[in-house]
Design a protein around this ligand. Structure first.
Ligand SMILES: *Cc1c(COP(=O)(O)O)cnc(C)c1O
Length: 337
């Protein structure tokens, strides 16, 4: 039986064409800077994002960690959303390894940070306080897109206070495809940016950190410190290059499929898909609590894997077709009728 896995866009498997590109990759020792495929990927990512340089890293978590370690010193702080991945879901790495203090801010329902509240949280220059160094934003957040004018305002705020601005852009191309803009129109607003190759872009492993030559130089050192210096990583970088060439524009199909899924589920039974707006590849859905476990089991029997949270998160991706969406909707209808 085919599995339809909607838990996350991290579950994608490399396509045959991506595997062929990986098999054909020229490689060298990347710690010596001699892997031509890694070097090409880093160049591509820098150009695409409008930054001077980029670094191939093992994960989004490592990208954010290296960014924090490279922007901030011990006793510095960064302003971040209370529910942001880089604060909440990365093991406190910046505090553990860098002595960097987070200043979390309550987020708006769409994930944005209210910029007045951010401004109030910037600490005065005074030896009583940690030194505020950085603001960290996330886009997309739970599938929702922060628009350009908001990000431009954040840029101006950062500039007024001499702060750096980092984007946790794990799914940033979902945002730029949705807005119909060139990635760099968004990503160049930031001093640094991390994005994942291993989510909707369909690569098996890896993320990119982009920024100035100086920042990426510091990040390269920190990457070695945390054991992230890789050798013949061109095999993996080839998947990343393939993903950047072939899998950005098609994210729009995932967005269409997510909208199709939300509409279909809402019509198939007592499923509330209006929990959050469906802007990119995520649907949040609530099924009546007494039947939730039975619903998940029923769907699992049909090879359909859904998020276990409530509301549950459903994510469309490279391995989910419109037919798969229709099958999920049809199975839901069967369960509730
Ligand atoms: C997935 C994700 C990360 C971390 O990526 P990993 O590769 O899983 O470490 C960071 N930020 C956001 C918003 C994410 O969704």
């Amino acid at each position: 039986m085919k599995t339809i896995d909607l838990r996350s866009d991290t579950v994608t498997r490399p396509t045959a064409a991506m595997r062929a590109a990986m098999a054909a990759a020229e490689v060298g020792d990347d710690v010596y800077g001699e892997d031509p495929t890694v070097n090409l990927l880093e160049r591509r990512a820098a150009e695409l994002s409008g930054h001077e340089a980029a670094l191939f890293v093992s994960s989004g978590t490592q990208g954010n960690l290296l960014a924090l370690l490279s922007h901030c010193q011990r006793g510095d702080e960064y302003i971040v959303g209370q529910l942001a991945h880089s604060y909440r879901s990365e093991g406190g790495g910046a505090a553990a390894l860098g002595g960097i203090q987070p200043q979390p801010i309550e987020q708006e329902p769409d994930g944005r940070l209210d910029l007045d509240r951010v401004e109030q949280a910037v600490k005065p220059v005074d030896f009583h306080y940690a030194r505020t160094r950085l603001i960290c934003l996330e886009n997309t957040w739970r599938g929702m897109v922060a628009p350009l004018d908001y990000l431009q305002q954040a840029r101006r705020l950062a500039d007024r206070h001499g702060l750096a601005l980092h984007l946790d852009g794990a799914r940033v191309f979902n945002a730029t495809v949705k807005l119909g803009i060139e990635p760099r129109q968004m990503t160049a607003l930031f001093d640094s940016l991390s994005f994942c190759l291993s989510k909707g872009l369909g690569a098996p492993v890896g993320s990119m950190l982009c920024g100035s030559e100086a920042l990426i130089g510091r990040a390269r050192r920190w990457r070695k410190v945390v054991g992230g210096g890789m050798r013949q990583a061109g095999v993996l970088a080839a998947a990343g290059l393939f993903a950047l060439d072939q899998h950005i524009e098609r994210l729009g199909e995932d967005h269409d499929n997510a909208a199709r899924l939300a509409r279909g589920l809402a019509a198939a039974g007592p499923v509330d898909t209006a929990v959050a707006p469906v802007e990119t590849n995520m649907v949040f859905a609530r099924v009546p609590e007494p039947r939730r476990e039975a619903y998940l089991a029923f769907m699992a029997d049909r090879g359909i894997r859904l998020g276990r949270g409530s509301p549950m998160r459903l994510v469309t991706h490279l391995d989910i077709s419109a037919d798969d969406v229709d099958y999920v909707v049809e199975s839901t209808r069967e369960f509730f009728h």
